[in-house]
Design a protein around this ligand. Sequence first.
Ligand SMILES: [Zn+2]
Ligand SMILES: [Zn+2]
Length: 220
Amino acid sequence: MKCLLCGQTMKTVLTFSSLLLIKNDDSCLCSDCDTTFERIGEEHCLNCMKTALSTKCQDCQFWCKEGVEVSHRSIFTYNQAMKDFFSRYKFDGDFLLRKVFASVLSAELRKYKEYQFVVIPLSPERLLDRGFNQVEGLVEAAGFKYLDLLEKREERASSSKSRSERLTTELPFFIKSGVSIPKKILLIDDIYTTGTTINRVKKLLEEAGAEDVKTFSLVR
Ligand SMILES: [Zn+2]
Ligand SMILES: [Zn+2]
C-alpha cells in the first residue's frame, strides 16, 4: 500500500499494539507523513480548544455575550503540514485525499452517537468550482452520513471584511424549507479559526428548534 500524501510504499510493521488490536492499522499515511500533523494538546480552552489556555478564551466570552455557548471539539492544530494538506485537498481538488484522516475522524465522530450530523455547506458557485464539498468528503470517508438541512448563498470573500463587519453582515446560510430540525446536532466544518461561521450557524439551528448543537472541526 502506498502513502496517500507522499506516495512511498508503506511497510507493514507488526507492532505490539496492532497485534493487540488497540490501534487499527488501516491508516492511509506513512509514519513519516503521520508525524508531521500535530494533535491539540491537553492545555486548551474548555469551550473551543484554543491551545495554550486553560480557561474560557476571549473569543468564547464574546460568543457567550452573543447568546452562544461554544461547545467545540477539534483534533489537529493548523500547522504547516495541515496547510499543505488543505491546499492539495481543497484548492488542487485532490478528492482522494478525503481519506487521509478517515480512521482518526471515524474514531472521534463515533463518540457522538445521539447526534445527527450536519455539514457546513458551500455556495452553489463554490461547489461548482471545486467539484465537491471538502467537509462532506471527510465525513463520508470516515463512514458517516449527514443531514442536508442548510444552504449557502454566494458572498464577498470574508477575508476582505473586518471581524466586526463579518458579524454584522447578514448570515449567508439559511435552513432549507420543509426540513425538520433534530433535537441534537453535531455541526461539522473542516477548520475552526475565529469560529464566526460555525457559531452563527449553530445559533441559527438553535433558533430553529435544535436543543443541543455541538460543533466539530478536523482542525483548530
Ligand atoms: Zn507519506
Ligand atoms: Zn475558547
